[in-house]
Design a binder for this molecule. Sequence first.
Ligand code: MG
Length: 165
Amino acid sequence: MIFPDMYVKNAYELPYKEMYERGFRGIIFDIDNTVALDNGPADDRCRKLFKDLEAMGYKTMIVSNNDEPRVKSFADDVGSDYVFKAAKPSKKGYFEALKKMGLKKDRVFLAGDQIFTDILGAKRSGIFAVMVGKLNWKERPHIYLKRILEVPIMAAYFLINIFRK
Ligand SMILES: [Mg+2]
């Protein structure tokens, strides 16, 4: 089974400071529905997040399956480095991101909204995976289908966590 290592309501409520204190120094971000609306631009909240993370001491990397024009313009807007056409859940984009950041995989975590791309790719790469609640439910149909498939996995994840406590 694929399980995220952590779940937060959305990327803006992730305990970044706590994670830094735990030893994390790099963050791999998905774009769509993670830090921005699906196919949407960066807004002020998003720009501030990346600025704050840099000030905290993090390196950030946007890793997206989208093509370069979308990924580069978004990354430039928020002041982050990026990997485009990452083919998540392939490990390729994650390893490229680690190399670009110059960090070992145990110092980096992923923040993404999709189990079968973001989370699966991170887990296969040995990277701590934080699943974030999506910013918007209005998505393209092919993503919506994957959402339905995510429901039993997330239900099992929450059940297991209840019994762990
Ligand atoms: Mg996404």
